[in-house]
Design a protein around this ligand. Structure first.
Ligand code: NAP
Length: 241
């Protein structure tokens, strides 16, 4: 029996975790909800860098590391590759394909927070969908802007920012209501890929609104890479039987 450590924190990872038996371990950073209805063991919290992760793989007799973390969680993916090499076990990764711009899209690519703020200058009612990062900047909102920040955290906001704590999947109808209700004139997004949070792009397109898109970080190559949880699960069934 090959014992698996699954690094997760995404809907795709949870889909995989639901198929794993009690001998395997699902690992979460500890920022979101911990699932209570799965059969495999759940571990919450960091390992202490790549070295700590390599130690854990050794001590726990892990034979296969699965990286199904978010495409912007670059540190843990780098640690996974380094630790699997140090522990001499394979690392497989689920790499969700990026969204591609479609006709009518106006994507403005940026690499970091400073570039986001610069690109936002001409707009007054941005919708941030980057996660919690914008919360750290609520005291820096330019006088001509009112921010709508959607993230998983409940937060009071302030006179120039409203925080919408919501978890996907989001529908086009829901996004239309949010865009209208908050008079959104620009969207800030990661290129997360997948269907759960894609509706905002379609609604931005139909309204002719630009999207300020944070480029994906580079991720290390894993021994095997999959784009869909179902393919990775198939490979587990055939490869580990
Ligand atoms: P990160 O910058 O790549 O990782 C920071 C540190 O958090 C890692 O070095 C590791 O600590 C710990 N960590 C991350 N994922 C872990 C996991 N699955 N199990 C145990 N420890 C983990 O990650 P992040 O961007 O902060 O994201 C944190 C988690 O949220 C990830 O698991 C990711 O899948 C999920 N998530 C991230 C995003 C996003 O946009 N970044 C969106 C949705 C979900 P040690 O070095 O101590 O081991």
């Amino acid at each position: 029996m090959t014992r698996i450590l699954l690094l997760g924190g995404t809907g795709d990872a949870l889909q995989i975790a639901r198929q794993l038996g009690p001998e395997h371990v699902y690992s979460l950073a500890g920022l979101g909800k911990v699932p209570l209805d799965i059969t495999c063991a759940v571990r919450v919290g960091g390992f202490g860098g790549a070295d700590g992760l390599a130690r854990y793989l050794d001590e726990e007799g892990i034979g296969l590391l699965l990286d199904a973390t978010h495409p912007y969680a670059a540190q843990i993916s780098a640690n996974a590759c380094a630790a699997s090499q140090a522990a001499r076990i394979p690392c497989w990764a689920l790499r969700r394909p990026a969204w591609q711009p479609q006709e009518g899209d106006d994507w403005r690519m940026v690499d970091n927070w400073d570039e986001i703020i610069l690109a936002l200058e001409p707009f007054s009612r941005p919708l941030f969908t980057l996660g919690r990062e914008a919360l750290a900047h609520l005291d820096e909102i330019p006088a001509h802007q009112y921010w709508t920040v959607r993230c998983l955290d409940a937060h009071p906001g302030n006179a120039r920012a409203r925080i919408v704590d919501a978890r996907g999947p989001f529908t086009a109808a829901g996004e239309r209501a949010l865009f209208s209700g908050s008079s959104i004139d620009v969207v800030i997004s990661k290129n997360s890929g997948g269907e759960a949070t894609e509706a905002k792009l379609a609604v931005a397109r139909e309204r002719g609104l630009p999207v300020i898109m944070l480029r994906r970080p580079a991720l290390p190559a894993a021994e095997r890479e999959f784009t869909r949880p179902a393919d990775l699960l198939d490979a587990l069934r055939t490869g580990l039987s």
